[in-house]
Write a protein that binds this ligand. Sequence first.
Ligand SMILES: [Zn+2]
Length: 534
Amino acid sequence: MAPQGTAHNQAAREKVEAFDTTLRDGMQVEGVSATVEDKLRIAEQLDYLGVDYIEGGWPGANPKDVEFFARAARELNLRTSTLVAFGSTRRPKGKVDDDATLRNLIEAGTSAVCIVAKSWDYHVEHALQTTLDEGVAMVGDSVGFLAGEGKRVLVDLEHFFDGFKNNPEFALRVIEAAVMRGATHLVLCDTNGGSLPHEIAEAVARVKAHVGNDAVLGIHCHDDTGCAVANSMAAVMAGVRHVQGTLNGLGERTGNANLTTIIPNLQLKMGFDCLPEGNMERLTAVSNHVAEVLNRPLNPQAPYVGASAFAHKAGLHVSAIARAKDAYEHVAPEVVGNGTRFVVSEMAGRATIQMKADELGLDMDGAAVNQVIDDLKRLEHEGYHFEAADASLELLMRRAAGWVQNDFKVESMRVITDETPDGRFTTEATVKVWVGDERHVHVAEGNGPVNAIDAALRAALVPHYPALERIHLTDYKVRILDGGSATGAVTRVLIDATNGERSWTTIGVSANIIEASWKALEESLVYGLLHVPV
Ligand SMILES: [Zn+2]
């Protein structure tokens, strides 16, 4: 029974376990490739967030996962999470004690293992090409063997919902065999992601009636119908108490169920406990951190954690929002570690600018506010677009309030691109910078002009500001604003940068693409120095 309306009743809160599979399913995203080091860092983040289980990978499937488990045992000091090794049941007609997959699971050295089992008769007969009886025995034997070795055994029932629709009797036989031989968890998987919430709810309710409390029921959804989060919630409503998914919904095809959304839904809206007390406010930082490690920029519109999740575009309602934020926000953004943001453009009036100043903690008098409004109108007319560049907006407002950047002064910058006789292109930048009364001249090469000027500027600044080493550029977008004038058009450059915990965007506009890039780049570092402790 879902404890509706018990959100305020601490004593009645029931636990739903969060099982993260970013390190296995999440690695299936096209273009994502994580090193062992990356995976260790992500595991630390997951533990810091406080999920119950971290699936580390499939030991034996590739050398990287073997190394991951070996290093995890030595190097990770998990406080909250239990590390899980993933594998499969034994081979058809094989023996458990000489099965390589099961051996690898034991050798991974984790206290818990998760094995995938076939619960769709069609797969047993056609993919495994064996009998249904043997299909059931493979699951029972494997669970029994692993449990006998002292492991906590979770079973992922692959293609469960299709199998259950097709042959419920066989699917339930597989479940029974797993429970009888000691499985602690039965995880119902919508492996091809084709199910809808009402179908999930109905099947889960029937399985729940059959299994009772003999094992914890779990859910594992893929997002092929855009319903992975809804399906997971429906399963919880119908009785599962263990949800599998990935951070930021990473996963093959359209992705896995997004734990970054499901966890706050369950905890903030449905009255369940998922994370340890006080950990929910780490959600946004962890989500950003993992996006950064995997080099997969976070969707700004991601629920709860996205940069736009609590952004309000200034309009008629702007002062109403300031007076009563909770009337416009479905949860307090601070609860998940995010924040309210007022989006400012040339349309902004005095009230909006004043609110933005309050958000930034800036003391601005009427003259300064007017200055900002004038600057915005002028610059947006030139092609700037401050809605998309929060960091540049903040710098503009600080300057209007009298702030002067004193960290460094650029004397000059030059960049040269050459084509060598063998047809290669080389780029070299020279930057002359003053830090205090010291003058630095630095030359750097790059794979293009922006890369080269970034390298030269950093070479000059890093000895003074080592924190800059933690800041790097994550995206560089160029847009031609007036396509009609062809190569004479105005160029708008947006640069995203991060220090691994937060990201910011700066903007530059010019008829000269190098100048536009340089402006955005310089502001990016200025902003970084302002906010990252040196
Ligand atoms: Zn999956």
